[in-house]
Design a protein. Structure first.
Length: 86
Protein backbone atom coordinates (compact mmCIF):
# COMPACT_ATOMS: atom_id res chain seq x y z
CA UNK A 1 0.00 0.00 0.00
CA UNK A 2 1.27 3.47 -0.85
CA UNK A 3 1.24 6.23 1.73
CA UNK A 4 0.31 9.71 0.61
CA UNK A 5 2.32 12.20 2.63
CA UNK A 6 1.94 15.79 1.51
CA UNK A 7 4.89 18.09 2.04
CA UNK A 8 4.95 21.86 1.54
CA UNK A 9 6.35 21.52 -1.98
CA UNK A 10 3.52 19.14 -2.91
CA UNK A 11 1.05 21.80 -1.79
CA UNK A 12 2.97 24.44 -3.78
CA UNK A 13 2.71 22.27 -6.89
CA UNK A 14 -1.00 21.69 -6.41
CA UNK A 15 -1.57 25.40 -5.87
CA UNK A 16 0.36 26.12 -9.08
CA UNK A 17 -1.70 23.61 -11.06
CA UNK A 18 -4.94 25.04 -9.65
CA UNK A 19 -3.89 28.61 -10.44
CA UNK A 20 -2.97 27.71 -14.02
CA UNK A 21 -6.21 25.80 -14.56
CA UNK A 22 -8.36 28.57 -13.06
CA UNK A 23 -6.64 31.09 -15.35
CA UNK A 24 -7.33 28.90 -18.37
CA UNK A 25 -10.96 28.36 -17.33
CA UNK A 26 -11.50 32.11 -16.83
CA UNK A 27 -9.97 32.75 -20.25
CA UNK A 28 -12.28 30.19 -21.89
CA UNK A 29 -15.28 31.59 -20.00
CA UNK A 30 -14.53 35.06 -21.33
CA UNK A 31 -13.79 36.45 -17.84
CA UNK A 32 -10.12 37.20 -18.59
CA UNK A 33 -8.31 38.42 -21.67
CA UNK A 34 -5.38 36.39 -22.94
CA UNK A 35 -3.26 39.52 -23.15
CA UNK A 36 -4.38 40.80 -19.75
CA UNK A 37 -2.01 41.16 -16.82
CA UNK A 38 -4.18 39.06 -14.49
CA UNK A 39 -4.11 36.09 -16.84
CA UNK A 40 -0.37 36.35 -17.41
CA UNK A 41 0.39 36.69 -13.68
CA UNK A 42 -1.78 33.70 -12.81
CA UNK A 43 0.09 31.62 -15.38
CA UNK A 44 3.50 32.86 -14.26
CA UNK A 45 2.87 32.24 -10.55
CA UNK A 46 1.25 28.89 -11.31
CA UNK A 47 4.21 27.73 -13.39
CA UNK A 48 6.67 29.02 -10.79
CA UNK A 49 4.91 27.10 -8.00
CA UNK A 50 4.96 23.88 -10.02
CA UNK A 51 8.66 24.42 -10.80
CA UNK A 52 9.38 24.77 -7.08
CA UNK A 53 7.67 21.45 -6.41
CA UNK A 54 9.62 19.81 -9.23
CA UNK A 55 12.90 20.75 -7.58
CA UNK A 56 12.02 18.23 -4.85
CA UNK A 57 10.41 15.53 -7.00
CA UNK A 58 12.06 16.02 -10.37
CA UNK A 59 10.40 15.14 -13.66
CA UNK A 60 12.26 16.42 -16.72
CA UNK A 61 9.32 16.73 -19.10
CA UNK A 62 7.17 18.56 -16.55
CA UNK A 63 10.13 20.80 -15.64
CA UNK A 64 10.67 21.76 -19.30
CA UNK A 65 6.95 22.41 -19.78
CA UNK A 66 6.65 24.60 -16.69
CA UNK A 67 9.91 26.42 -17.39
CA UNK A 68 8.72 27.35 -20.87
CA UNK A 69 5.25 28.20 -19.52
CA UNK A 70 6.87 30.62 -17.08
CA UNK A 71 9.11 32.13 -19.77
CA UNK A 72 6.19 32.67 -22.14
CA UNK A 73 4.13 34.21 -19.34
CA UNK A 74 6.93 36.63 -18.49
CA UNK A 75 7.24 37.47 -22.18
CA UNK A 76 3.50 38.23 -22.27
CA UNK A 77 3.75 40.43 -19.18
CA UNK A 78 6.65 42.43 -20.66
CA UNK A 79 4.96 42.71 -24.06
CA UNK A 80 1.69 43.83 -22.48
CA UNK A 81 3.42 46.39 -20.32
CA UNK A 82 5.23 47.86 -23.32
CA UNK A 83 1.97 48.03 -25.26
CA UNK A 84 0.21 49.81 -22.39
CA UNK A 85 2.95 52.43 -22.04
CA UNK A 86 2.73 53.41 -25.72
Amino acid sequence: MMSLTMRWYDWAGLLGVALTLVAFYLLQAGRLRGDGLSYQLMNAFGAFAVLISLLYAFNLSAFVLEGLWLAISVYGIVRGRRARTR
